[in-house]
Design a protein around this ligand. Sequence first.
Ligand code: HEC
Length: 463
Amino acid sequence: MKMILRKAGAWLEDRTGVVSAIKPIMNHLVPPGAKWAYVFGSATLFCFMLQIVTGIGLALLYQPSSEAAYQSLRFITDQATFGRVLRGIHFFGASGMVLFVGVHMIRVYIMAAYKYPREMNWITGVLLLFLTIIMGFTGQLLRWDSNGVWSSVVAAQNLGRIPLIGTTMARLLLGGDTIGAQTLSRFFAYHVFLVPALMFAFIGFHLFLVIRNGISEPPKAGQPVDPKTYRKWYEAMLKREGVPFWPDAAWRDAMFGALVVIAIVGLAITIGPPALTQPPDPSIINTTPAPDWYMLPIFALFALVPPKTEPYLIFFGPILAVGALFALPFLSGTGERSPIRRPWAVFGVVCVVVAVGALLLVGEIAPWSPRFDTKPLATVVSYHDPLLERGAILFYKKGCQYCHMVHGEGGIKGPNLSVIGRTWTANQLTVQIVNGGGNMPAYGGSLNNGELHDLVAFLSAQK
Ligand code: HEC
């Protein structure tokens, strides 16, 4: 038996040369100091592989048509064996991928590993970052629930605002003027064929470059990169102190990757995938599209900037961001790598991380969106006066409470009205309600006199 196996192995190796191709990759020398900070790239790769496996599993059951998509996802979530876990892994795998791409990028930036000769490692990495974001964005629409669809509507509307090319780009993205059956097929093709194919190609190229240019050595202050001498110096350093990639460096990658996979599966089993909201229905506008967390900073940014500047932001923002990221290795491709000698670079990345974190937080609270899930006041507070009770019911029924908070219930798009009766007279209240203004709709046409009276009486009593 052993003989047969050995013979078969020798035959395969003779005809394919797989082992002799992989051996030098596994044995190649890497700098000795490459420690735990270096595991995030491979952690991203582990997540990606998880996405491929679970993605194929999901695609076996998913039906990419606007009539069937939602139901097939319901089926996957509620009935298919392990379907819920499968969706969960795919969701947390995506989250993990975005997270680790970000951390990997920050690590590379702080250690200035993008400098000579690794400029192209950085550039392919930037492309992979965008492809990852596109995967998240297109995947969300495939859920085909109101959340996913409305998030894409918002994105397409923003895209449509770009001067000159916006409408064409939005049409290209959606496969038509509005979101419909075409959009779903198109996003399915992007998410399952086009973008993964690009990702495979660029990941392959990225890894090839990592091996060809070598893993960057941990930076030392006072040891600047000089293109004239760097490669020679690096070779000599590897000969002197290098350790074989397998197992000396790779065991950390393998161990961290295994932990990541275990964590993702654990989250998928305990928390599970995000619940599907109701099926998309253009006539239901009582919904606040909340994209997945990694999209929130972008949504929050657009919600916060003054509406007039949005077309410029959507046009110049990505161009500036992509431009800056691509230009980085050419602007500072040589010189000091140590973060101690690059305080402004470190300060800059801290600012970016804080800003993105803050946007994520406000995006989570979404003070600019009405809260449609607020509970009717009359069920929370007991009003003994029938007039006040009528007012409280109207306050909810007419939608005031989606934007205004009273006694801790309600939205925060408009001012808190818990003590409005102290400062506003009945007249002022009437004028505000009838005319609206600011970001408040005018209610003159949709309230009769009795309702208006009850509402004003209710608000006047809030002291
Ligand atoms: C879409 C969200 C929204 C809805 C719905 C809404 N409001 Fe407002 N409301 C606002 C905003 C925003 C302001 C602040 C306007 C401004 O700054 O000029 C405001 C201001 C007010 C004010 C003045 C308070 C102050 O301190 O400035 C009153 C009173 C008020 N709303 C009552 C109501 C009532 C009653 C209803 C229901 C009939 C209602 N609002 C529905 C958003 C809303």
